[in-house]
Structure formats: C-alpha cells, structure tokens
Design a protein around this ligand. Structure first.
Ligand code: SF4
Length: 470
C-alpha cells in the first residue's frame, strides 16, 4: 500500500513522538497559527484526489524552522452530511499519525504537527504525499466519502484571512447542542478513537457534555454511528438514570465496564471528584483541584505560565491523561464550560476559582453573572496566597465553604482518629495527582467497602481517613 509514498503507513506509528532535536519542521502549534477543517460539499464541486498547496513546501523550509499550517479537506458522497464533518476532521489526527515521521497533536485551531528529520532524509520533501495518503485513508476507512480534495496552506496571510470564518464554523457546530439536554434523549454516543494511546479511555458524548477533544458533539456522534455503527463512534443506550445531578446512567456504566476491560465501572458525567469521566490526553482544558482553597482551577493549552498551584499546563496534562479516572484532575472540551450541567455535582461554577484570562474571556458569556468577576485569572492571582486574598475580597461562594468546613472540623478530627484505629491499610488505586488534596478516593479494585480521604497532604501525608463504604 505504501510503495507510492516516501514513508511507511501503519497504525503502529500512532504513538510516535518527535522531539525538538529530531524534528525537521514544526507546523502550526502553540507558537504559530493554523487549523484543520473538513467541509461537506456537493459532488460536482470536488475534483477527486486533487491537492493544492498555498505557500512554501517542505523542501523550501529550513531544518528546525516553524511555520503556520492549515489543512482543508472537502468531502462529498451520497451519505455525506454536515454532521459528519467533525468526525472526518478527527480522523485526520489518526491518519496523519499513521505516517511514519509525522506527529499530529490536538485538533481544530490547536493542531500541532512535526515532520521528523528521518522522514525528510528518506524523501518526504513535499506535503503532497501526506495529503494523498490521508485522502486515500479517508476513502478506504470511511466508505461514505466518495470524493475528497485537499488544500494545505503554509502562507500566514492566507491562514489569518480565513481564521475568523473557520472559528465561526467551529462555533456554529458547538452551538447546535445548546437547546438539547441529556434528559431529552435516550441515547448517548461513545468514542474509543484514543484507545490507541489511552487504552481504557471511553469518551461519553451527550448533549450536555462535548468530547474531551472538543471536536465531537452529540450530533456528530449520532451521524458517525449512523453511517458506521461498527466504527469508533457508537451509540450508548442511556439506560436507567441512577443520579441525574452527577450524570450517572446504567447504560454508560455497563459500557464503561466492558470497554475499559473492567478498569472502572462507574462514570459520573458531571462530577469532578466522584467517579469522574476518564481523560485520554486530547482534552482542550485541564481542571485541577486546589486543596488550599477547596476550589477548582482550569488551564488550557494556550496558557504558557504556571497556575497558582505552581504547575504549568504540560505538567498537569501529564498527570491527567492515560484514560484513567484521576481524581483531582479532569480533562474537558472547552464547550463543556457552556453546559448547564458543568460539574454540577460539585457545585458547578461556584466551585471554580481560577482560569487564564484568555480562557475566561472566551467563555465569559456562559459564566453565571453572579460569579463571573469572582473567578480569578493570572492578573488577579499568581500563587495560593494571592488567590486566597482575591477570593476573600470578592466574597467568592467558596469562602462560605471554608467557613462551613471550619465549623465541621472538630468532628472530622475525631472521626479520623477513630477510623484510623480500626481500618485496614489503604491500597492506592488512583494516581495521586497533587501534593495535597482532601478528597474521596473511590476504589477501582472492585472490592468496594473502603474510601480513602487524604487531607492536607503535601509531600508527606498528614492525615489518612479510611471509612467503611456505605
Ligand atoms: S478525545 Fe474522545 S471523542 Fe475525541 S477522538 Fe479521542 S476518544 Fe474520540
């Protein structure tokens, strides 16, 4: 299959990482601009297999350089509809990663690509074979695509000219689920595309919860499951509602158990702490618990500084990914901030204490008016002390929690002493994501009956609470 290309093509290259010293060029990414976009078009508007490049080719790029980069694919076919655009767009990530010497990360206008020195040395000097390979894979793997055409752009002015239009397309996709909610449907959709690098990850996509990568909403999942029910996106019968606030459904739990190979058997779709959704690594934003204020901060890929907990996005992303239920960190798609069910089991926006300014500005219209000016940004708080001061000054609802917790503290102390006298030694099943966190640690061992609460744990753990599970 790969003879006509100057590279090998295989899913086994999906995990390939190209570090800076092994890279010939970097395309788009956090320090440049770009996007990927798929558009459903009519059959007569497409010249099947045509490739157009606007701007310099790989052969004209200096080793070690960085360039803006956009990829547009037009697709057509009798079954092709607009709802399939996101699904096909997401497969560009897979198929580019099938190419040896090419690394594709993220999605939409966060795409980040590297071409390795080895690949260039073996003859990859043009974007054309990359585009041709991806188009070939689109047609082979997604048979509803009858015609496909690709336009790649490396010219900054051309990319910037279209950027607003492209963002408007992403936004209109995201807006489609606004008036539809989890309780209005009896089917959710799942995606296991990221199991190639996060083997136990199952994305559950509902009207009120977009995928972690932000690229697939409920309508997209439905369209994909319809054209390819055996594919990576599939229907999940919702089953019985176990907890409407937390977002726990029997159908989701059944599926989680089978698709995660028993790694976990419960998912609360709208909870940060108890049986949270898994995080694969493609998430647009990471949420992180800040035990010192009992609140949750959020940080996205575009934030290059450190959050008030002293950690940058990259470190927290490393803690969060892998397809596990990591209590204390949660990966989400940006559109989940707009959900009326946003972490509602944990207090929703009343629990949010910090986020980067550009991210806050982006979702400002969806932050409840009574809390918007109480959520700190890097301009208000750069460390824990300034964060505490800001929250106190603004009378953030979290301050009320501090007061309530302070009142409850003596009783809790007694419980700790009593519980630790009789309990069996704890078994840590979950990754310990931060230097300190008071939280419930749900056992994933299947043995049940034990909860572990780590309280004020920093490097050494001050207190361990072990309780019999109710
Ligand atoms: S993040 Fe989730 S929805 Fe997006 S491609 Fe991966 S598994 Fe699918």
């Amino acid at each position: 299959m790969a003879d006509e290309y100057p590279f090998e093509i295989s899913p086994m290259f999906e995990g390939e990482r190209i570090r800076k010293d092994g890279m010939h060029v970097e395309l788009s990414g956090p320090k440049s601009k770009g996007y990927e976009l798929v558009r459903a078009t009519s059959m007569d508007e497409i010249e099947d297999g045509k490739f157009t490049l606007i701007g310099p080719d790989i052969s004209e790029m200096e080793e070690g350089s960085r360039h803006p980069f956009a990829m547009i694919y037009k697709i057509a076919g009798e079954l092709v509809e607009e709802d399939l655009e996101s699904i096909v767009e997401r497969r560009n990530h897979d198929f580019q990663n099938y190419i040896q010497g090419l690394m594709h990360l993220n999605q939409r206008y966060d795409v980040w690509i590297r071409v390795s020195k080895d690949a260039v040395a073996k003859g990859l000097t043009s974007f054309e074979p990359i585009a041709q390979a991806v188009m070939m894979l689109f047609k082979n793997e997604l048979p509803f695509i009858e015609k496909v055409e690709a336009v790649y752009i490396t010219d900054l002015a051309e990319i910037e000219k279209e950027m607003d239009n492209v963002k408007a397309i992403y936004k209109s996709r995201d807006d489609r689920t606004r008036d539809l909610h989890d309780e209005d449907v009896d089917t959710f959709y799942g995606c296991t595309l990221c199991q190639s690098f996060a083997p136990s990850n199952v994305c559950v996509i509902t009207p009120d919860r977009i995928s972690l990568c932000g690229a697939i909403n409920w309508f997209d999942g439905r369209a994909a499951a319809k054209v390819d029910p055996e594919g990576p996106q599939f229907a999940i019968p919702k089953g019985d509602t176990i907890n409407a606030v937390a977002g726990e459904y029997s159908g989701v739990n059944d599926l989680a158990k089978s698709l995660s190979s028993g790694e976990y058997d419960r998912i609360n779709l709208h909870s940060f702490f108890e049986y949270p959704h898994t995080s694969c690594g493609c998430f647009e934003v990471v949420g992180f618990y800040i035990p010192e204020v009992d609140g949750i901060g959020w940080v996205d890929r575009d934030f290059t500084g450190v959050a008030p907990n002293g950690l940058p996005f990259s470190t927290m992303a490393g803690q969060t990914g892998g397809g596990k239920q990591v209590v204390g960190f949660l990966g989400i798609g940006i559109n989940y901030f707009r959900s009326p069910k946003f972490i509602q089991a944990d207090g929703g926006w009343d629990r949010v204490v910090w986020m980067p300014k550009h991210l806050k500005d982006r979702v400002l219209a969806d932050i409840p008016a009574n809390i918007a000016d109480k959520v700190a940004t890097e301009e208000d708080a750069s460390d824990l002390d300034s964060l505490k001061n800001f929250l106190t000054e603004k009378d953030h609802p979290i301050v009320q929690r501090w007061e309530e917790e302070a009142e409850e503290e003596p009783e809790a102390e007694e419980e700790v002493q009593e519980a630790t006298m009789f309990a069996a030694p704890p078994t840590m099943q979950n990754t310990m994501p931060m230097q300190g966190m008071p939280m419930m640690m749900p056992s994933s061992s299947g043995t049940g009956g034990v909860k572990i609460i780590l309280k004020n744990a920093k490097v050494s753990i001050e207190k361990v609470i072990i309780q019999k599970k109710e």
